[in-house]
Design a protein around this ligand. Structure first.
Ligand code: 13P
Ligand code: SF4
Length: 310
């Protein structure tokens, strides 16, 4: 099938099956183009919670599909490629995390949404990069908190919210490998450019940023700000929506430290293709399943997040 035929078939099947196609900002451009809804992790969770579609096609990674399934147990949730995992979620094994939590009684457990359902089931409140600061600041200043699994996001929240949360030492293989030297070189070439940094990046990058925020927050900043150029220090899929929303501005992707390429992509996110979205809708597979016992525990901290971040 040609690209155009694929798009038409996807739109036809979507209507016929009352399906909703959701895409994270890191998805391939052609998937963002056909999606009904594009957003960051928080927006995807919120949208999943309120949709009346029968089928959700979650064009993102596995934990995003799991979160949607936990919020909508009666719906069919499809992820076009089940191998679309997440190195950050993988850096937090549920058994290891359980031992860590048990070793620190009296601590409130906050987990980033980039975790397995089994880790969420051990958690008191889930957060995303879009609401982590607000949620942590809503807790008493002396509350003892475990924050997992992203050490860079946890360190950022500790610094801006003046907390001393105990951090799990996980990281994302995309955000943890941006090079400050390469970004400073880009800044010399583009002195007027503002630097936009995702909080999963390391501390030195957070310190040189004009804005630190979730993908949606970086996009919003670029839309409202006056600068003509931006160096974008997150997965380069976000540039599609930035260019679409701010056509007069220039967005420069930031390279990874060990790469010849001029951008930094998440291989997991890029596993989803238009062909796989079509096949998922046609076959209603591969489908996300979450163990009901795990889901019953994991839904509480996700709902708590949604309540605390309205
Ligand atoms: P946000 O969608 O919260 O910006 O997180 C980025 C990310 O790494 C998703 O996998
Ligand atoms: Fe996970 Fe990083 Fe990919 Fe996001 S960019 S899905 S945190 S590996």
């Amino acid at each position: 099938m040609t690209h155009q035929e694929l798009r038409e078939e996807i739109l036809r099947l979507k209507k016929e099956k009352n399906a909703l196609i959701m895409a994270h900002y890191y998805q391939r451009d052609e998937i963002q183009e056909i999606a009904d809804f594009i957003g960051d992790s928080l927006a995807l969770a919120r949208q999943a919670a309120k949709t009346d579609a029968d089928i959700i096609v979650m064009c993102g990674v596995h934990f995003m599909g799991e979160t949607a399934k936990i919020l909508c147990p009666g719906k069919k949730v499809l992820v076009p490629d089940m191998a679309a995992g997440c190195s950050l979620a993988d850096s937090c094994d549920a058994d290891d995390f359980r031992r860590f939590v048990e070793a620190h009684p009296g601590y409130t457990v906050i987990s980033y949404v980039n975790t397995s359902a089994a880790v969420k089931a051990l958690t008191d409140i889930v957060v995303t990069s879009g609401n982590a600061r607000k949620i942590v600041e809503s807790l008493p200043a002396d509350e003892k908190i475990i924050f997992g699994p992203d050490k860079n996001l946890g360190g950022y929240i500790n610094s801006v919210a003046s907390r001393d949360m105990l951090l799990w030492q996980g990281a994302c293989h995309v955000h943890d490998r941006f090079s400050i030297d390469k970004i400073m070189d880009l800044k010399k070439e583009h002195p007027e450019a503002k630097i936009l940094v995702h909080p999963e990046c390391r501390r030195p990058l957070q310190l040189i940023a004009d804005k630190v925020g979730s993908t949606a927050a970086l996009l919003e900043f670029a839309e409202k700000d006056e600068a003509p150029e931006y160096i974008v220090v997150t997965e380069s899929g976000i540039l599609f929506e930035m260019r679409r929303k701010c056509s007069s501005k220039r967005f420069i992707p930031a390279p990874a430290e060990d790469s010849e390429c001029q951008c930094n992509e998440c291989d997991y996110m890029k596993l989803n293709t238009l062909e796989k979205v079509y096949a998922a809708l046609r076959d209603e597979a591969p489908e996300i399943h979450v163990d009901p016992e795990v889901a019953a525990k994991a839904i509480r901290p996700i709902e708590r997040m949604l309540e605390l971040s309205v």
